[in-house]
Design a protein around this ligand. Sequence first.
Ligand SMILES: Nc1ncnc2c1ncn2[C@@H]1O[C@H](COP(=O)(O)OP(=O)(O)OP(=O)(O)O)[C@@H](O)[C@H]1O
Ligand SMILES: [Mg+2]
Length: 505
Amino acid sequence: MQNDNILEMIKIDKVFPGVKALDQVDFMVKRGEVHCLIGANGAGKSTLMKILSGAYKEDGGKIIFDGKQLSWHGTEARRKEGISVIYQELSLFSELTVGENVYINHYPKKGGKIDWKKVYEDTQKLADSLNIRINAKARIADLNIGQRQLTEIMKAIACNAKLIVMDEPSSTLSKNEFQILVQVIQDLKAKGITIIYISHHLEELFLVGDRITVLRDGRFVTCKGTHELDENTLVEYMTGVTMSQGQQEERKLHKVSDEVVLELKDLCNHKVNHVSFQLHKGEVLGLYGLVGSGRTEILQSIFGVVPPSSGEIYLHGKPVTFKCTKDAIQNGIGLAPESRKTQGLVLPLPVWENMSMVALRKFRIGGKLHYKRIFEECNSYKGRLRIKTPDVHTIAGNLSGGNQQKIILAKWMMKDCDILLLDEPTQGIDVAAKAEIYKLIGEMTQMGKSVIVVSSELEELLRICDNIHVMYDGEQVIQVNRAEFSSDYILHASVVGKPSAQAVN
Ligand SMILES: Nc1ncnc2c1ncn2[C@@H]1O[C@H](COP(=O)(O)OP(=O)(O)OP(=O)(O)O)[C@@H](O)[C@H]1O
Ligand SMILES: [Mg+2]
């Protein structure tokens, strides 16, 4: 029936220079449902949502929301219609409180002044009604990512949103925070609010979604009920390729060399306490733990970003102190950081410059840069990692989120570092490209390189690591080697902060 749709986006077109981002896309959402929107990196999901939110104007097609055809007057007008979009890069003011952020567009007033008492009371009521445990007076800067996300959701509801779009809400959330998000989504649904949910974690779609729309290369592929689909079929719709058996490559139980390439002894910094471990040649070492448990800060101390307050770092048996990242890079260490927009890429530069900037030395022949070889290698990574870009001369800032992440990885893989530090390497990356990244990591270790991976996805670490160290609140809790991997044991340690009784050692 026509009128059970709260949203109808009909034959939407959007062209960017050199890219047809959306080509006659139809997207129909029923009132009160959780509708998942999926597709590989660069498929057009965020663009479609930016058109819905009013951030972009469509080149063709029409949008009917709540029975009314919308014309384009920017994001504020769409918010007033009841459409709120929560982007992955959250837009809260970190120095303000939760309450100040939630009502920022429309503070309740009394006698011409902002009624602060009401701001905080209403915020707290809103939080309680959604079973969100958050203090209305807390400063955003003091909250974790999950709580910030929930604040964004409250802000959307305070604006009377009828439809809330969540663009990859879970990519920065820990398992626990995700559980809370799932509950909040159920509560929103019970209030009659419609949700559009974007994620690359296919298993999540089956937990939260009623229906799924798949986009591929800017085109509508299918829209089906969640119960009619399974993960393999979804991947086929997304990629257009039937998944062959055996694509799930497991890291073999291989003997890691005895040669220690990196050792931390009692390393402390502002976030972590007495961390010690050895990294061997050809080893993939995983750091697991909740967001904020100190994993990133360990990488930062190794890479010379955050100086250790005490303890030692040994590289090939010799103590080292890196004053800056350049020192670390010169010693054969690379770090692909977690926040790509601010740390990993120079957005106004083209793809090839971003990819090759730390590896230029290897392309220098007789004092001159060998551009042909640079472009060849960039193109080879473009192919392997399925980077969706017209060519390597495109400006990196114009690529989709997941494709930017792939460029960062390519950049450090190209550098030929002996030790590569990867912080959440597959965050926001589609399933097909993930498999390729795991394969590349495997190949690097076969060539004698060593890798440390920080990830919030335990599945990922179980698949690619030789050893996993679990962190909790800055402390090292347990170390498990591949032969003893157990997801329950590792999860327990990461949440509770100590090994469970079943501990083997
Ligand atoms: N501002 C822009 N300028 C030029 N091209 C753009 C711009 N924004 C998006 N594109 C291109 O449009 C296509 C769709 O991008 P979009 O961000 O919608 O993908 P996505 O499905 O959200 O991908 P991801 O899963 O990586 O977030 C991509 O090829 C991208 O490079
Ligand atoms: Mg996107």
